[in-house]
Ligand binder design. Structure first.
Ligand SMILES: Nc1ncnc2c1ncn2[C@@H]1O[C@H](COP(=O)(O)OP(=O)(O)OP(=O)(O)O)[C@@H](O)[C@H]1O
Ligand SMILES: [Mg+2]
Length: 257
């Protein structure tokens, strides 16, 4: 079925989707928020193994809240989160990261007084096997040669783009199966933003499943397989990224055309 979708309040239009692979992450009817403020309303989404999926939407829509809830930093009011078919709805963040989900937040949370290498090793804190840690270091240095060149530099002295790369690289040090990335291009010049998007595509080619939150909708719909549009805490549209980029509402609101 194909519907040229325009969101109608309270309804969710589904564009034609062709996807394979088992569901790695499943979010069902999630309601979440802060104290008495409900931010997410019946949010349902999924990411299949090997997929690159985007979550887009205006400021304040609840994108970060969605990622934080999946990452275990926020406990939902109701709904269910499944990883590989098993419920992780109320699992705390440190356990969520141990089962293979890595969350790279907008604020990066690097340790500025520690070197690039030390920051990376902190990303592997739960890994006991030294050989695996060394393999992960090789992997991220291969992915981001700039970090290899700067491995002894203090994280606080890196450029904005290098800091993003370090945050993504640190998120990879635990060998995650699923990467949740919040606004990796925020504050970066187009060239550096492109470098970060290239790295995400490379990770995807290497088999990592990714759920990406981005304001840069143009590029996001070019590089992802599927996307969800979140507005005022509700998913109003979902579909293949190539089809969403042709959708009138998406074109008008997010692509400025
Ligand atoms: N810790 C908090 N306490 C109270 N309200 C919060 C908190 N964090 C976020 N909110 C509110 O929740 C709503 C959704 O915020 P969220 O950060 O998820 O949006 P977003 O889609 O990521 O926006 P942006 O594109 O600006 O990053 C906003 O109205 C915000 O003010
Ligand atoms: Mg946000």
């Amino acid at each position: 079925m194909f519907v040229e979708g325009f969101p109608v309040s309270g309804r969710r239009l589904k564009l034609r989707i062709n996807e394979g692979g088992a569901k790695l992450l499943e979010v069902k009817d999630l309601n979440a928020g802060y104290d008495f403020l409900q931010v997410l309303w019946d949010v349902s989404l999924h990411v299949s193994e090997g997929e690159f999926v985007a979550l887009i939407g205006p400021n304040g829509a609840g994108k970060t809240t969605t990622l934080r809830t999946i990452a275990g930093l926020l406990s939902p009011m109701s709904g269910e989160i499944l990883f590989k078919g098993k419920p992780i709805t109320h699992l705390p963040a440190h356990k969520v990261s141990r089962i293979g989900i890595s969350y790279i937040s907008e604020s990066l949370n690097l340790f500025p007084k520690m070197t690039v290498r030390e920051n990376l090793l902190l990303g592997a804190y739960a890994v006991r096997d030294r050989k695996r840690i060394s393999e992960s270091l090789d992997f991220v240095f291969d992915l981001f040669p700039r970090l290899a060149e700067r491995s002894s530099q203090l994280a606080g002295t890196l450029s904005g783009g290098e800091r993003k790369m370090l945050a993504i690289a640190r998120g990879m040090m635990s060998n995650p199966e699923l990467l949740l990335v919040d606004e990796p291009s925020l504050g970066l010049a187009p060239k550096l933003a492109q470098r970060v998007f290239d790295a995400l595509q490379e990770l995807r080619r290497r088999g990592v499943t990714i759920l990406l939150v981005e304001q840069n909708v143009n590029i996001t719909l070019e590089i992802t397989d599927r996307a969800y549009v979140l507005e005022q805490g509700r998913i109003v549209l979902e579909g293949k990224s190539s089809e969403l980029s042709q959708n009138e509402h998406v074109k008008h609101v997010y692509l400025g055309i």
